[in-house]
Write a protein that binds this ligand. Structure first.
Ligand code: UD2
Ligand code: MN
Length: 588
């Protein structure tokens, strides 16, 4: 009896012992493998081909997405560094000097939800024609876009990569790119427009040349992340009328740090600017639980996958739209109103360099407004009044002939914008601007011609409700970029007396305009009046107080504090006391 028990004990010990060692080995092996993957380096020959002075990276110590590494790499030591840095920002509005030093496929943090890492996709996914349009893109960012697509996608799913050069004039793009592609990326087709078309028509050129089942559009300064492709294609395969969008992570335009974006969906404000909206609590719970695609009212525009034939039958893009802007909302509304759907795929992550300004001009002035007008007139029905309400200047802007697009809408038997708002974007229905209850807290407009022939509607002190202080500037005529501060109210014309004009700007002493241009710095300031959106202000009356909204961004004027000297800026509108103002009669 004892003997039997003892031998069982020994057997158990042996089994336990050996499985312990096997497990230990597996653990180490997988940690090692992960470690190696983590330091996965791009093929050196690819780096060498792409960059004039390839970067030496110590694989074990340096991680190109690590903040300290990037800081060190981006250090400006010599005067030449400084010149490169400046000229890079000038031409591309990002840190080209740093980009040029990074490899074409640096390791990126895998920022997917844990659930995504376990998902499996069928092998018979549709193939993709990746379409990348560019105008004067920097060499390193363009090649990094192409290279990450090639290296981070299963080759059999990439039917082709189509580059559309929208009539760039940079040397490398004009002369060497074709050869470079032939030698290094044979799956790339390079097309050129015969004159500058703008990104919207350039994409149509690419799409018409494509023959893959799915069109996959990318901007020319992206880095696709691990596993990006399959979930996008899977969503389209399951329903060809579904258009899928990855989560667009942020490649910081100055530091090139890769930052994960939150789980948000696409919306818009009544200036018809795209905006990111939070998920509802239920949506968020569901996404965290399943990591499945979720519906989005709009898309940012640059990155999406769409069945090629569906893109055609849905009317491609509006070819009357120029250069930049508006096409993303147009396509979003068209998809939803004409029977399709738009989803964001949380398991697909693509980094994109978000820039603070666009580094290129347009042959025609302000294409955003013109394109948006085309969209508004075709798709938004009676709701267009809200657009004109926040953007009154647009009423006089010419937008060309839209009859073909109106016909398209009829032919596709698309639903109304009311249906869209009620069913796809109900949040926005609750936030309609109040057309009646605008401006003027306590006075009737008083009309008179100013020296600039603008019509003044009201004149007064801009009083901050929270502090009882008034918005003022010390120096008007002398410093055209003076900041605005809170100060004890007084009647000094050149410091605190504001004139609100028919053009909806706010002029101090009827001379300089209140301006909130994010490119000019973090605060509101005085500037020479120029009729821009940054100088347009609209009063919105809330229950007990008023807010001054900048319709360009839909943000509200807000103070940084309640003491004299606090600065003025803008921020997301809310109920904060710091955002409450009144326009009161002077001299009281
Ligand atoms: C966003 C979109 C962009 C587009 C735009 C609205 C993302 C990440 N980006 O602006 O794709 O939908 O909103 O129109 O959602 N380009 C040309 N020809 C031109 C001008 C630009 O080919 O005349 C290229 C450009 O090189 C780039 C792409 O079009 O690859 C988008 O331009 P962008 O990066 O300046 O636009 P972005 O990201 O500010
Ligand atoms: Mn872009």
């Amino acid at each position: 009896m004892m003997r039997v028990k003892r031998s069982r004990l020994i057997l158990a010990l042996v089994i336990f012992g050996s499985s312990f060692w096997v497990m230990l080995y597996w653990n180490f092996a997988s940690i090692y493998a992960r470690h190696r993957n983590h330091h996965l380096r791009p093929r050196k020959d690819i780096i060498d081909l792409a960059l004039d002075s390839p970067l030496q990276i110590d694989e074990e110590k340096d991680e190109p997405y690590n903040e300290f590494f990037l800081k060190r790499l981006g250090e400006i030591v010599t005067e030449e560094d400084q010149r490169n840095y400046d000229s890079g920002f000038h031409s591309h509005a990002f840190n080209q000097m740093l980009s040029d030093k990074l490899s074409l496929q640096r390791p990126l943090p895998d920022v997917r939800l844990q659930k995504c890492k376990d998902k499996k996709y069928p092998e018979d996914l549709p193939t993709a024609s990746v379409i990348i349009c560019f105008y004067n893109e920097a060499k390193s960012t363009l090649l990094r876009t192409v290279n990450t697509v090639v290296e981070r996608s299963p080759a059999y799913l990439i039917h082709e990569i189509i580059l559309v050069d929208d009539y760039s004039d940079l040397d490398f793009l004009k002369h060497d790119l074709q050869n470079h592609m032939q030698n290094n990326f044979p799956q790339v087709k390079l097309l050129r427009t015969s004159e500058r078309q703008g990104l919207i028509r350039a994409r149509m050129v690419g799409a018409r040349e494509a023959s893959g089942e799915v069109l996959l559009f990318l901007d020319s300064h992206c880095e696709v992340n691990v596993g990006w492709l399959e979930p996008l294609l899977f969503a389209v395969r399951n329903d060809p009328h579904t258009v899928s969008v990855p989560i667009i992570d942020i490649v910081n335009s100055d530091t090139f740090l890769y930052e994960a974006s939150g789980l948000v969906k696409g919306g818009f404000n009544w200036g018809m600017h795209y905006q990111w909206d939070p998920l509802t609590e239920d949506e968020m719970k569901e996404v965290l639980k399943t990591a499945e695609p979720f519906k989005s009212p709009t898309m940012a525009g640059g990155l999406f996958a769409m069945n090629r034939l569906y893109f055609q039958t849905l009317g491609e893009y509006d070819s009357g739209m120029d250069v930049w802007g508006g096409e993303n909302l147009e396509l979003s509304f068209r998809i939803w109103q004409c029977g399709g759907q738009l989803v964001i795929v949380p398991c697909s992550r693509v980094g994109h360099i978000f820039r603070k300004r666009r580094p290129y001009g347009a042959p025609k002035h302000d294409t955003f407004t013109r394109n948006t007008l085309r969209m508004v007139h075709v798709w938004t029905d009676e709701y267009k009044k809200y657009y004109f309400h926040v953007n009154p200047r647009a009423e006089t802007v010419e937008y060309g002939n839209i009859s073909e697009r109106v016909q398209l809408r009829e032919q596709l038997k698309c639903k109304s914008f009311k249906w869209y708002l009620e069913n796809v974007y109900p949040e926005q229905l609750h936030k309609l601007p109040n057309l009646e209850n605008l401006r003027y807290d306590n006075q009737k407009p008083e009309k008179f011609e100013s020296q600039f022939k603008t019509v003044t509607r009201a004149k007064g002190l801009l009083k901050h409700a929270g502090s009882g202080l008034c918005v003022q500037s010390e120096k008007t005529e002398y410093d055209k970029r003076a900041l605005l501060t809170l100060a004890v109210c007084n009647n000094a014309e050149h410091k605190q007396v504001w004139y609100e004009t028919e053009q909806k700007d706010m002029r101090l002493a009827n001379i300089l305009c209140m301006d909130r241009d994010p490119d000019a710095g973090p605060y509101a300031r005085l500037m020479k009046c120029n009729g821009s959106k940054a100088q347009t202000w609209v009063w919105i009356k809330k229950n007990t107080h008023s807010q001054l909204v900048s319709p360009g961004t839909s943000e509200c004027l807000v103070t940084t504090g309640v003491d004299p000297g606090a600065l003025l800026t803008t921020g997301s509108c809310g109920d904060s006391l710091l955002m409450q103002f009144s326009f009161t009669q002077p001299f009281q």
